[in-house]
Design a binder for this molecule. Structure first.
Ligand code: AMP
Length: 283
């Protein structure tokens, strides 16, 4: 049985724990999470384990990326269970700061991403979100100084924002995007799936089914705009309130009208009852 991961709760404790590893020449991979771990997170951890001698998983529900009306207070927190899962994967360190450790009194600085953070997708519906993510992720990267940092393609716009931010701020960590892990019926795993009622859970895989259907239409040569429009109608008919379903350039996330203009990513966000789900696939 693997050893229990060490737990650091303050920045000085984290630095003290990491220093000998770095002195020994061990490479460090960081997996940032908000806890409530599922197999999607664990796939990132397994990839980290392959890349580096030392694996650090951060568990921090970041208040800066939730709007006042969002679910910060009720976001699932399952720290003891998370620890057990991380122990099985031989994780070396869990970095679990409290909110005052991350944002001490007087905290007055924020990272304000542009480019892929301002393309009218998640940013349109959660305007505070990428500022909060970019600020906390840059802090996590500075605190840990990893060789690799692993993020899920499940949050595709976030991955592009972080990749751009790391390049722009000369952060040396290599940012790695890992494929989305799904339930058997195609639903992308998410800590928020626990909010779904039994009936909503049955409907939820429609999102992924429609994405795959739209992708295959585009691949068969059908026009992008019309294929997306048909997909939108199906999702709405299934009972979702759609924030967006869009075809975008896979790197810039700018609108794209045809496959000739570059690689396409289909991205969707929609609410089922009170639960907001997102998904995306490559075409
Ligand atoms: P979260 O705890 O939701 O902030 O997610 C932490 C990391 O796990 C992010 O990089 C997410 O993109 C990634 N992640 C969440 N769900 C999945 C999934 N189903 N497959 C792959 N990665 C995921």
């Amino acid at each position: 049985m693997a050893r229990r991961p060490r737990i650091s709760r303050t920045v000085p404790a984290l630095r003290r724990a990491l220093a000998p590893w770095r002195d020994a020449g061990d490479r460090i991979a960081l997996v940032p999470t908000m806890g409530a771990l599922h197999d999607g997170h664990l796939a990132l951890v397994k990839l980290a384990r392959k890349k580096a001698e030392r694996v650090v998983v951060s568990v921090f529900v970041n208040p800066a990326q939730f709007a006042p009306h969002e679910d910060f207070a009720t976001y699932p927190r399952t720290f003891d269970r998370d620890l057990g899962l991380l122990q099985k994967l031989d994780v070396d360190m869990v970095w679990a700061p409290g909110v005052p450790d991350m944002y001490p009194e007087g905290f007055s600085t924020a990272v304000a991403p542009k480019g892929p953070a301002l393309v009218g997708l998640e940013d349109k519906f959660r305007p505070h979100f990428f500022g909060g993510v970019a600020t906390v992720v840059s802090k996590l990267l500075i605190q840990t100084g990893p060789d690799f940092a692993i993020f899920g393609q499940k949050d595709y716009q976030q991955l592009q924002v972080i990749t751009r931010m790391a390049a722009d701020l000369d952060i040396t960590a290599k940012i790695i995007g890992a494929p989305t892990v799904r339930e058997k019926d195609g639903l992308a795993m998410s800590s928020r799936n626990v909010y779904l009622s039994a009936e909503e859970r049955q409907t939820a895989p429609t999102l992924n089914r429609v994405l795959r259907d739209v992708a295959s239409k585009i691949n068969a040569g059908r026009p992008v705009g019309a294929s997306v429009k048909q997909g939108l109608a199906i999702i709405e008919r299934a009972g979702f309130k759609v924030d967006y379903l869009e075809a975008r350039h896979a790197q810039t996330l700018e609108p794209i009208a045809s496959k000739k203009a570059g690689p396409i990513r289909l991205l969707v966000a929609a609410k089922l009852g009170k639960t907001r789900l997102i998904d995306n696939i490559g075409v």
